[in-house]
Ligand binder design. Structure first.
Ligand code: UGA
Ligand code: MN
Length: 253
């Protein structure tokens, strides 16, 4: 099955660096379609160039986060959910373009995470919704489902908001395209409590702990890490420019 790898991305000093590194990872993966959705008013040529150089099958979209939901440059990173509008744009593209295609797997891959190539082969096994451990997230080295001897999910080892239906990160799961097509209203939303994006989406797709498929050798392997690129230290002048979003050109970005 084809993998549809959805990446929201926003302008910042390290955007090109992160996307370049990600493109080099993804270029090792056969049968992968990269859907990159810029958080911007229009497509930018710097992102288009990276997509073109990757030689991957790809779709380049843009969907701007509404300004009342957009964090300021100086806000702490957790104040508002990120990637909501962008992931929805990609899901709508899938609903429009892949109806009738039938096979495929959808994964939400942040631009700054780190992916072991073995995660992609796990994704291809997904019939319904697959789940696996994620490194460096939720205050832990590894956040993971906990399995019974028979391989079923009995709980999650999460310590951050462990009472969520699915106390997991966006990087921890992939879903079959057929589920996306049969649940067109399963979208992300700004109206869910903090930390509940994953849970709400999966519940809206009809996923529960029983029909979720634990992968990565019964959840004993870490093939994806929630690495975060440090916010670049910039001069006051640069931060002002960034806030006003003027005066930037290809060289600076
Ligand atoms: C964690 C999760 O791993 C994300 O999947 C989730 O979207 C996010 O929390 C959340 O709570 O919303 P984190 O590393 O904290 O991720 O988030 P970022 O990497 O800053 O953002 C996630 C993705 O959205 C990135 O690909 C980023 O480029 C993009 N993004 C971020 C935007 O498109 N617009 C923004 O304003 C900020
Ligand atoms: Mn991130």
């Amino acid at each position: 099955p084809f993998i549809y790898f959805i990446t929201p991305t926003h302008f910042r000093a390290a955007q090109k660096a992160d996307l370049t590194r990600l493109s080099y990872t993804l270029s090792h993966v056969p049968n992968l379609h990269w859907i990159v959705v810029e958080d911007s008013d229009s497509l930018t040529s710097s992102v288009a160039e990276i997509l073109k150089r990757s030689r991957l099958p790809h779709t380049h979209l843009n969907a701007r986060t509404p300004s009342d939901q957009k964090m300021k440059y100086t806000d702490p990173n957790w104040t508002l959910p990120r990637g909501v509008e962008q992931r929805n744009a990609a899901l709508l593209w899938i609903q429009n373009q892949l109806s009738g295609v039938g096979s495929g797997v959808v994964y939400f891959g942040d631009d700054d995470n780190t992916y072991d190539l073995r995660i992609f082969e796990e994704m291809r096994k997904v019939d319904n919704a697959g789940v696996w451990p994620v490194g460096i997230v939720g205050g832990m080295f590894v956040e993971t489902p906990v399995l019974a001897d028979n391989g079923s999910i009995i709980s999650f080892n999460s310590i951050w908001k462990p009472d969520r239906p699915f106390p997991i990160d966006m990087a921890a799961f992939a879903v079959n395209v057929t589920l996306i097509l049969s649940h067109p209203n399963a979208l992300f939303s700004f109206d869910v409590p903090r930390g509940y994006q994953e849970s709400t989406f999966l519940e809206n797709l009809g996923i529960n702990r029983l029909n979720m498929e634990p992968l990565a050798e019964k959840c004993t392997k870490v093939y994806v890490w929630h690495t975060r690129t440090e916010k670049s230290k910039l001069s006051k002048g640069m931060v002002e420019k960034l806030t006003k979003k003027t005066g930037f050109n290809e060289l600076e970005s």
